[in-house]
Design a binder for this molecule. Structure first.
Ligand code: ARG
Length: 461
């Protein structure tokens, strides 16, 4: 290939400034698309042959050549030369070098604009498949943990203040719900992206009789795109995918934040396995939840990728613009962060233990039973607003006497509200309350048992 590297070297005078080469290249990151680029090229070449645009023998040479290039890449023997700009040019040049004239026919009826749009969609489909499997696996880990703590209770917090008692498993399953919505979002994204832009050319399609449907079918797409101008400009799916990554990362960051707090000495709710902690270079006693902190920090990066992707798209003129090349930087970074965080989250969740004894011993703190007591009064015919006030008064009284609600004698209780009876004690204390929740979707032990059955069935289906 001495002399002419790219076909447009006849159009532009002289050699490009080395700064140009460095600035326009994307090979340093889009090399990751090689498998998809080759699959797309083989499907395209087969269609070219079937449409009598190239000879059968040429197609065979192209296919064999591309598969060999793929093997060379996978064996680490392929030389990535950034003067070819991107993975598409690098592979095509290697093919021409290898098979000569037949290789020069591969790009018939095609532009890098529809080629790259196809490659990213193929990459995205695979990525979503692997992220979905990781989400499912993390969900299963949470469900397993919820079953392990099927009888345990913990305080739930609002404003990080003790609120009401809940089944520990329901807390754990709250993450399963979030992850399930994440999975649905990724699946929706996949189906919107699963149309084939190949054949849209640079912007206007082609005057050649390309059979787009057959190529799309062979590449496993559900359909073709129907507007060549839109097809080469559209990166909605890229922004959407990064948004889906953002929410998944945000969910993981909330788990991370909870468990960082829960693992502090002050809370001492959980023990994170030493395998997933680090220490301090100065303070010998330290056991730090750095991995959770990094999950939290990586979320910030993913949000940045989303803003970058959306900003690239904002006010971009119709048609392909080179700005779109950088979509891959943001897609790859967002996906890599989420993949790594899901893996680490799963490892941590699988190896974390709740200090059930410690949690149990302080369940009588913070008046977790106040709301249930107000609802008890509703059962006695008192308006909720009234009941709320009565219990508020009782709590203030208890605080002044350093007592719990359950410590109060029936006489004292009756002084605050004549309708209170001895059955009130069934509505006091965290243990009683988690058995009494009856509304569907409550955080009680009954609901937990049902939810575990539900999720086991759904996740093992
Ligand atoms: N490397 C480019 C990208 O990733 C490929 C398309 C370039 N097209 C062009 N007309 N310059 O977007």
């Amino acid at each position: 290939m001495a002399g002419q590297k790219k076909s447009w070297e006849k159009r532009l005078k002289g050699q490009p400034d080395p700064k140009t080469v460095d600035f326009v290249e994307s090979l340093s990151y889009d090399f990751r698309l090689y498998k998809y680029d080759i699959a797309g090229s083989i499907a395209h070449a087969q269609m070219l042959y079937e449409q009598n645009l190239i000879l059968k023998d040429e197609y065979n040479q192209i296919k064999a050549g591309l598969l060999e290039i793929q093997k060379r890449i996978e064996d680490g023997k392929f030389k990535f030369d950034k003067t070819y700009e991107d993975i598409h040019m690098a592979i095509e040049a290697a093919l021409v070098q290898k098979i000569g004239n037949a290789g020069k026919k591969l790009h018939t009826g095609r532009s890098r604009n529809d080629q790259v749009a196809t490659d990213i969609r193929l990459w995205l489909r695979d990525q979503i498949k692997s992220i979905s499997a990781k989400i499912r696996s993390l969900q299963k880990t949470f469900v397993k943990m919820a079953s392990k703590y099927e009888q345990d209770i913990m305080p739930a917090y609002t404003h990080l203040q003790r609120a009401q008692p809940v089944a520990m498993g329901i807390y754990l399953l709250s993450f399963v719900e979030q992850l399930d919505r994440d999975l649905t979002r990724f699946e929706n994204c996949r189906s919107l992206a699963n149309v084939c832009p190949l054949g849209s050319g640079a912007i206007a399609g082609s005057t050649l009789p390309l059979d787009r449907k057959i190529t799309a079918k062979r590449l496993g797409f559900a359909d073709i795109s129907y507007n060549s101008i839109d097809a080469v400009s559209d990166r909605d799916f890229a922004a959407e995918f990064i948004f889906d990554c953002s929410l998944a990362a945000i969910h993981l960051s909330r788990l991370a934040e909870d468990w960082i707090i829960y693992s502090s000495n002050e809370f001492d709710f959980i023990g994170i396995d030493d395998k997933y902690c680090t220490s301090s270079s100065m303070m010998p006693q330290k056991r730090n939840p750095d991995l959770l902190e990094l999950i939290r920090a990586k979320t910030a990066g993913v949000l940045g990728e989303l803003v970058a992707m959306l900003t690239i798209l904002k006010a971009l003129p119709t048609g392909y613009n080179r700005d779109l090349q950088e979509d891959k930087l943001h897609l790859f970074r967002a996906a890599d962060a989420v993949v790594a965080s899901l893996d680490v989250a799963k490892a941590i969740v699988s190896n974390t233990k709740f200090n059930t004894r410690k949690i149990k011993s302080s369940l009588d703190q913070g008046f977790l039973d106040a709301t249930a007591l107000a609802e008890y009064l509703v059962g006695k015919g008192i308006a909720f607003r009234e009941a709320h006030g009565i219990v508020g008064g009782l709590v203030a009284f208890c605080e002044s006497k350093r007592k719990k609600l359950a410590d109060l004698s029936i006489e004292t209780l009756k002084e605050h509200c004549g309708l209170i009876d001895v059955d009130v004690y069934d509505s006091l204390g965290a243990e009683n309350i988690v058995k009494r929740y009856q509304t569907e979707g409550s955080a009680g032990l009954k609901q937990l048992a049902e939810q575990i059955v539900f999720w086991n069935k759904k996740l093992n289906a």
